[in-house]
Design a protein around this ligand. Sequence first.
Ligand code: FAD
Length: 489
Amino acid sequence: KKALVWLRRDLRLYDNAALHHALANNDQVWVAFIFDTDILEPLRTEGLDENGLSHDRRVDFIWQGLQQIDKELRKQGGGLIAQFGKSTTCIPKIAEILGVNTVYVNHDYEPLAIARDGTIARSLEKLGIELESFKDQVIFEKKEILTNSNAVFSIFTPYKNNWLKTLQEKHIAAYECTPNKDQLAEIPKALQAPLPSLESMGFTPTGIETYLPPGSEGGQHFLEEFLHRIDQYQIGRDFPAIKGVSYLSTHLRFGMLSIRGLVREAHRRMLAGSMGATIWLSELIWRDFYFMILANHPRLAEGAAFKPDYDNIKWESGAHAQKLFKAWCDGKTGYPLVDAAMHQLNQSGYMHNRLRMVVASFLTKDLGIDWRWGEAYFAKHLNDFELSSNNGGWQWASSSGCDAQPYFRIFNPITQSQKFDPEGKFIRRYLPQLDQLSKKSIHAPWESGHIELEAAGILLGRDYPLPIVNHDEARKKTLVRYSIVKKAN
Ligand code: FAD
């Protein structure tokens, strides 16, 4: 029997459910990846360079990861079949040319991807080819973890408790993916082609590999380094200036690391009494939680608030809102922690979790801007953009989500800064113009006296913006804005 494994967001050749099943049940196996124009074209709508090329770190990161996969497959005889086109046409065509019996994939939980897979399954069926799909990117999916009354959870803590109670060795065992000799077959001439270059697909190299080593190799390297620090995770994870978190989200997003491997590491250490590993595992469970929420509430992918009453909130609109939003995007709000965080995102495609919460709260509750605007901006710029977690995070911050912040909890961007960046180290890294301010003044420069500002060489309004809103006034406005929800409850 012959099979095609179609990689999508599971870019690794080890512990991969689809690859495992293909190898276990077939004599010959090929591996393919499609640079899908349906996904890539919308990424090329703005910000093109003089050659009409787009700068997207994720496309580059994927491309580099695929080079590793191609190299690995070539060592074993085959090679990666990589094409640039619509997956709905490419996959059936490739499967037909190869003459396979089955196409193997791993489940995707996003509504558009589910629809795409349905279309492809129907095209394949007409050719007499089956599409088989497996759970791979989460530990528990869809309706595997339910309440005592068999309902879907919407609150995290009881979900997590049940998740942990359900977990057994078998759920996190690695899938064997070693091919037999000659099982990874040569690619037929009609399909032989080098990996399409980034430029040929309309993208430029971005240099992401200089700080985020791609592929399973890069992920493994980051993981090993993190495991030396995991026991202190609970101490450092909220401080963006220190290396407290794992920085593994992008590798996880593209499946360059296996979630089972990460949970195995965390769970083993948790049982051995590591507090850091216990808290880190809890974060990985949040990831499963949001995938589960999206799978059971696909309307969230269309912009619906989890709590429908929150769709009645009147957000700021018009030119004024556009101006505030632009200041937020550009890191020019006059609140140093918010601005430094936005610079981190714009410069690297990463933002620390504490800062994601701070800037999301600031956008929705200080500027009164619709959380969907922020969600879309993050979707465009985050290397680790994940529809489920991003939507979950934004709805948490705007209070419209399942198990979200209560609407009257409004982060104070100054006290958050004093608490989580006490020396202003993170702020100084991204806003060097504030470097000369003392650790007391750096969180709210406009409160410093003229003498200190002058000595630091800063003229507010010229070297750094004055705050675009007054937090205390914004807070009061937000409570009024959200009162519609209070009445509805
Ligand atoms: P670590 O602290 O090392 O955590 C390990 C892993 O656990 C992460 O890689 C991630 O897979 C998972 N995780 C951690 N926190 C969360 C969380 N709150 N929700 C879900 N999973 C979590 N995460 C994304 O992967 N993609 C997104 O698009 C995304 N958007 C977000 C938007 C907002 C507004 C907020 C508040 C959070 C968002 N998160 C998102 C969650 C979290 O901020 C990132 O997962 C985390 O910062 C990634 O860094 P890390 O790998 O060093 O995390």
